[in-house]
Design a protein around this ligand. Structure first.
Ligand code: ATP
Length: 351
């Protein structure tokens, strides 16, 4: 999304703090979400994602800070008056109602005319491939189907913002991957704002226009998926978004001194002592010594992952990812290339 954000469009979260007893669940969180954006709150358990989502939904009140939607302040607006719908982890379907009635529920309680209800419900059921299930009850559906009913029920109200609280956590890995892509496609088609909460980095990368990585009540980094993956700010983000080799380093002219010797960098770090990172798939592997940043290493372990091999090498250990047709057995000596453009200088976390 290349939209310039202002507080008069989209959702603007400003300096939100929330404390439960001694626990600072949210500590000065500010974020802007553009209209029609797929925005993800990503972080480990307990970092404050759900609390933030509940504050956006109006299910929880912030201790301080403000929230604006479409330029209007909604900080103290009751949940029912917000143009926001939530899909919960548990789906929260009514077991005694049919799928059709589950989806119609919100419109019925808002006293929509029957023909309008039918039109809207049929459209959503069809869009989510649920047409043939309309007369069934929730217990007659699979996990993935229930998940789609929960989505249909939220979308039928045509909310400006759809909040998704780990909606795929009950699905098995294969179905989950499919639903992630479906959700992305659906959001593109509807062009509504989706805010997803997840601790699954792959899910965040697949679905999002932008990701906010959270830790202990703070937003550590916010940006497009490629940006946060390729340029993690610190070692927490580097490791949370995927595998990363973290190398302790001391600044010297032209680069850094490390346990592997001198490594050239594209620019000088701001710190004296710190960390550089490189993803396993960015490391070159070959028989001849590279011109720059070569490390002679021996394969100690190989793990097959279907799409690729993960190699562990000494000294290090360094993890390198090679394609699945490139098997290099333990014991072999190779040259690794940690090209300067692939080395990410992480921020000094001791400050
Ligand atoms: P998870 O992925 O496990 O759901 P989360 O990132 O969504 O975690 P939150 O549920 O927002 O985290 O919780 C943030 C912190 O606030 C946690 O330490 C949690 O124990 C605490 N917390 C959340 N809700 C309450 C509450 N109602 N009462 C007391 N503490 C709470």
């Amino acid at each position: 999304m290349n939209q310039t954000l202002t507080t008069d469009q989209g959702l603007s979260i400003q300096h939100i703090c929330k404390q439960f007893g001694d626990v600072k669940a949210l500590n000065d969180v500010s974020l802007d979400v553009a209209p029609g954006e797929f925005f993800t709150l990503l972080g480990p358990s307990g970092c404050g994602k759900t609390t933030l989502l509940r504050i956006i939904a109006g299910l929880e009140l912030a201790d301080s800070g403000r929230i604006f939607s479409g330029g209007k302040e909604i900080t103290h607006l009751p949940a029912i008056k917000r143009q926001v719908n939530t899909v919960f982890q548990s789906y929260a379907l009514f077991p005694h109602l049919t799928i059709y009635e589950n989806v119609a529920f919100g419109l019925r309680s808002r006293k929509f005319p029957e023909d309008e209800i039918k039109k809207r419900v049929d459209r959503r059921l069809e869009m989510l491939d649920l047409g043939p299930m309309a007369r069934r009850h929730p217990h007659q559906l699979s996990g993935g189907q229930k998940q789609r009913v929960a989505l249909a029920r939220a979308l039928v109200n045509e909310p400006d913002v759809l909040l998704l609280d780990e909606p795929m956590s009950a699905l098995d890995a294969r179905l989950r991957a499919q639903v992630q892509e479906d959700l992305r496609r659906l959001q593109r088609k509807l062009r509504r704002t989706f805010i997803l909460v997840t601790h699954d980095q792959a899910e965040a990368l697949v679905c999002s226009d932008r990701i906010a990585v959270m830790r202990q009540g703070h937003v550590v980094q916010c940006g497009e998926p490629e940006m946060v993956y390729d340029y993690p700010r610190d070692s927490f983000v580097a490791q949370f978004l995927g595998a990363a080799n973290l190398i302790e380093a001391t600044r010297v002219p032209g680069g850094v001194q490390t346990a592997f010797g001198f490594l050239a960098l594209e620019k000088a770090p701001s710190w004296e002592k710190g960390t550089v990172a490189i993803r396993p798939e960015w490391i070159g592997i070959g028989e001849t010594e590279p011109q720059c940043n070569g490390i002679r290493a021996r394969v100690s372990e190989i793990v097959y992952r279907g799409t690729n091999f993960d190699l562990w090498l000494e000294p290090g250990p360094i993890r390198v990812r090679t394609s699945s047709y490139r098997r290099i057995d333990p014991g072999r000596e190779v040259w690794l290339e940690l090209a300067p453009k692939e080395l990410v200088i992480l921020e000094d976390e001791t400050r």
